[in-house]
Design a protein around this ligand. Structure first.
Ligand code: NAG
Length: 250
């Protein structure tokens, strides 16, 4: 692969300026990624993402106002591969990717969850427990912004920097069952989760952007560390016909 470097660089220089082509190639890449999400990519540590399934997950969370301990069985995350791009542009001079992506429906479901929750309300502790089916859906979860791809100094790989992405949430649907074994508590908590998530995402752009960056960028960079600069540029420019499979690699 490395021996093609010179050819790629030469072709890359010839391709400067035809930015429409780049965007089409980039779109093709996202279609491939959509398919690949169903297989994951074990050699680079990427699990199956569509759907992402975890047999059993323990949680233990303690903040000033909320503590939460327990576990989820048969946890399934669906909809990550349902994305739609309203905008996807590659700037070849600045190596910036500008995008506007929408996830029409992302759902998290557990066939059985058990949680002990401790919330601080009006200065006193308020204990809740839940035991049932966990169900949360995010409708029209949109991200728009840009990031830059740069070569790393330490390896021949690349990394993502200048992550500037804003998030919006159309609607949250919480349909968890079994809170305090009470319909009243269950409805209260579901309504609370819905309002909380909608307000949290839509009214705290800086914090949400930072949180999502922490969630997405480190694993993304771990994968990109193994991708050479000329490889990624060549892929984006569409110079490597036949390297990018149309069928997912499983
Ligand atoms: C799951 O969490 C619940 C609630 O905290 C706890 O009672 C239960 O023992 C946990 N189950 C396992 C297998 O750890």
């Amino acid at each position: 692969m490395r021996s093609y470097c010179v050819i790629f660089v030469a072709l890359l220089c010839c391709s400067l300026g035809s930015s429409k082509l780049f965007d089409d190639q980039l779109r093709e890449l996202t279609e491939f990624l959509r398919l690949q999400m169903r297989c994951g990519y074990p050699p680079r540590g990427v699990p199956v993402l569509a759907p992402a399934q975890i047999a059993y997950q323990q949680v233990a969370l303690a903040t000033e106002s909320l503590g939460c301990r327990g576990n989820f069985t048969e946890l399934t995350l669906e909809g990550l591969d349902g994305y739609e791009f309203a905008k996807l542009e590659w700037n070849n001079i600045l190596h910036t990717i500008k995008f506007d992506i929408n996830f029409p429906r992302v759902s998290v479901r557990s066939s059985k969850y058990m949680l002990d929750i401790l919330a601080r309300l009006f200065g006193s502790d308020f204990a809740l427990w839940g035991d049932g089916v966990f169900s949360l859906e995010l409708i029209d979860f949109r991200a728009h912004g840009s990031f830059v791809i740069r070569p790393t100094t330490a390896s021949s790989g690349v990394y993502v920097k200048s992550w500037q992405v804003n998030w919006q949430l159309g609607e949250a649907r919480s349909q968890t069952t079994g809170i305090m074994n009470s319909r009243l508590y269950t409805k209260f908590v579901n309504d609370l989760v819905k309002d909380y998530l909608e307000l949290l995402v839509n009214d705290n752009p800086a914090e949400v952007s930072q949180f999502m960056e922490g969630l997405i960028v480190p694993p993304l960079n771990a994968v990109l560390e193994n991708v050479a600069w000329y490889e990624i540029t060549a892929i984006i420019l569409g110079l490597v016909d036949g390297v990018l499979p149309v069928e997912p690699i499983c």
